[in-house]
Design a protein around this ligand. Structure first.
Ligand SMILES: *Cc1c(COP(=O)(O)O)cnc(C)c1O
Length: 355
């Protein structure tokens, strides 16, 4: 840190992303990326002709992409805001709707929420998940501040239903309730159908997980046209060209190619079931996940030990230091072959641990 950094910023604890290894090749199950490539139309379109167009700025209104996403979800283009990863939509959301009265979010959830709050000096209220890691909607009623939660939640993989989301939104009529649906495509109910009823609801999605495009950095928010105007006000005060040309094209083609999306998603769901079963047979406790990862622990090793042993064997998974979840590891669902390797390696690690 330099002596020039503003005092206010010296206390921020930045988000720690999962390891992106360079060189040595790992089976990478640590950052919830997809093991499958983007849609074939996306891969085919990113050619040298498109690269040459990089001399031009991207469309600041992202009209084609916005229209494609709107059509896909059956909403108006004025209800869609596209962002540089969903992280960007989330930062704008925190600033726009949380900086006046504060923000509440679960104590165990996406690690970026408390960082966004610190970044803007927003008052943050972490709300403890129940001992079994489920979220009690009653804890989010009438809070008098913005509410943010991931559904399904990370790293637990648990989700609440649309009726419960409705109750949370209705009980906080003067504040935004933001549902981060980064993992919703892997089996949970989307809150999108509440949009007409709940004028304070914002749904955030990403292309990083279920659309195999983490490296493209593309996300979006869906809400009322008025709320979307708020996000555009911030974007046009910060970075009008927030989504680059190649990503914008890739995103447009991805949402138009539904068959590939459905096929990859279904493979992940099937592999998740097999992985859950396999880990349980090895004595793991595995939470019933609706996401593209499982959260699991073994009585034989701490989360940190298991994580380290897997790494020695060329497999990366994610471990968190928060004491409430220190026993657990979060394992991204890869291909069937990758998960079979994980199970085989795990079997050996457990045998060695027994001595
Ligand atoms: C991965 C993730 C995001 C961030 O996604 P990007 O679009 O890659 O920025 C947001 N929320 C949750 C809960 C996530 O797990």
């Amino acid at each position: 840190m330099s002596r020039f950094l503003a005092k206010r910023l010296s206390s921020i604890e930045p988000y720690t992303p999962g390891e992106q290894p360079q060189g040595r090749s790992f089976i990478k199950l640590n950052t919830n990326e997809s093991p499958y490539p983007p849609a074939p139309a996306v891969c085919a379109a990113l050619n040298s002709e498109e690269a040459e167009r990089l001399r031009l700025y991207s469309d600041p209104d992202l009209r084609e992409l916005t229209a494609a996403i709107a059509e896909y979800h059956g909403v108006l283009p004025s209800q869609v805001f596209c962002s540089n990863g969903s992280d960007e939509a989330l930062t704008f959301a925190f600033l726009a709707w949380g900086s006046q009265d504060g923000v509440a979010f679960p104590d165990i959830s996406y690690g970026f929420y408390p960082v966004f709050a610190q970044y803007y000096g927003i008052d943050a209220l972490p709300i403890a998940l129940k001992p079994d890691f489920t979220l009690d909607p009653k804890d989010y009623m009438g809070l008098g501040r913005m509410v943010v939660f991931a559904n399904p939640n990370a790293p637990t993989g648990f989700a609440i239903g649309v009726d419960e989301i409705r109750k949370i939104a209705c009980s906080n009529p003067d504040h935004v309730v933001l549902v981060d649906e980064a993992y919703v495509d892997f089996g949970a109910e989307s809150a999108l159908r509440l949009l007409d009823e709940c004028e304070n609801l914002v749904v955030v999605r990403t292309f990083s997980k279920s659309r195999q495009m983490a490296g493209a950095r593309l996300g979006y928010a869906i809400a009322s046209p008025q709320l979307i105007e708020d996000l555009n006000r911030l974007k046009f005060s910060f970075n009008p060209y927030n989504v680059n040309r190649l990503t914008s094209l890739a995103g447009t083609l991805s949402v138009r190619e539904d068959a590939w999306f459905c096929e990859c998603r279904q493979k992940i769901i099937n592999t998740r079931a097999a992985t859950t079963k396999g880990l349980r047979q090895l004595g793991f406790e595995v939470l019933e996940s609706l996401a593209n990862f499982v959260f699991a622990r073994t009585p034989q090793l701490s989360g940190e030990e298991y994580c380290a042993k897997l790494r020695q064997n060329g497999i990366l998974v994610r471990h968190f230091t928060n004491p409430r979840i220190a026993d657990y590891v979060r394992i991204t669902i890869g291909t069937d072959e990758e998960m079979q390797t994980l199970l085989a390696v795990t079997c050996t690690i457990l045998q060695e641990a027994k001595g």
